[in-house]
Design a binder for this molecule. Sequence first.
Ligand code: ARG
Length: 476
Amino acid sequence: MSVKPWDGRFSEKTDRSVEAFTSSIDIDKRLYCYDIDGSVAHCKMLAKAAIISQEDALSLIQGLGKIKREIERGGFRFDDSLEDIHMHVEARLVQEVGRVAQKLHTARSRNDQVALDVRMYLRHETVALIKNLIQLRKVILGLARIHLDVVMPGYTHLQRAQPVLLSHHLMAYYEMFSRDADRFNDGLKRINVMPLGSAALAGTTYPIDRDYTAKLLNFPKVSANSIDSVSDRDFIIEFLSSASICMVHLSRMSEEFILWSSSEFGFIELPDAFATGSSIMPQKKNPDVSELVRGKTGRVFGDLMTLLTLMKALPLAYNRDMQEDKVSLFNTSDILKQCIDIYIKMLPNLNIRKDTMYAAASKGFLNATDMADYLTMKGIAFREAHSCVGKAVSYALRNNKELHELTLNELKSFSSLITEDIYDILTPQQMINRRKSFGGTATENVIAAVEAAEKQLDKETETFLSVKAALKNQVC
Ligand code: ARG
């Protein structure tokens, strides 16, 4: 059992069960490189402000570098009695450089230290996610580009509604993932604030230079209130909220792939490499990847709930409850990256069944609205046209025909305004290409949307590279 930093105040040793219960090392050890980089910057700042000597700072920094390499090599021993990553590094530093190690924690508390570590971790994760979302959208754009001639039924209430281009449907997901990337980008501003120097909660009596620490760690901003700095986990809640919304999008897409790959729809065939079989039914090919993305969405929502519940009644400032934040944060960040990654790989390999989609878009009176619009343009009120086409649909149903299969005479019996030109508006392709209103599914619109998105993504990639370069962020 190790000696605790608070040993002076206590007359009894910590019970082993308490050590095991309060320890977070299994979770927070993955913060080690941020913890060490933060400590190195802190040492440099202490030396610059003449709070410790240059020689002490040098030996601390060398020791910290050695510990980092040791953890990287897998040669570091973790132990419950040392609670968390901060205490592990400090205890090892004592072994490495001797008594001078005890100067590292001058003008600092684990409360501001952990806030710093998590912020450094999360800005790195956020940048990685933004990159993933750029790649995912590139893949979606690629699909939209090559399938511009694929017509499918668009749905409302999961009933066939009006024909659309598959590319238009895919571009709806492009829009969702663009908003996700935007949200992560925006959150980055609030993550990227440097809390170190707030100490336990009230600041410190030492003449520290927080701006210098921030500069060393590439933070554009220093937190303004020491109490808020150690109590704030809004940036985690925000991240989990953005992640939850992104998972909603991935889950809706998954649901569609699950439906579309069923025999009932038959719109797509999943690549063999991304499907699984059944241990009992030899004919089965299951959409497990999409099902698991849909399922993991629940875990991410759970993480958001965990953080909201964790924080809702905490008095200021730091409370140990907050240690529980990392389980949820790491879980969500890992899940989201995995889900996006698997779709980046899977999407280009989807087999699109163009004929089945087209057949589905050609049946079920998807042209009824167009016929009503046609009559309206010929001078009758839309409601009257609606009723007139309703009667035609009922007649066609009874005669087992589609609207465009009715003869001109049959059609005229519902309205004398109908002439031969009705047949120019009733096929799926005609219906699609007449929907030229901005944001509509006409082929020319969709091509323009794909081109605009390609340009936007190029721009975003440039911005992303500059954000990434500015962070110069170390990765654990
Ligand atoms: N392991 C703790 C956490 O993750 C670090 C801060 C502990 N501070 C304290 N005063 N016990 O929240």
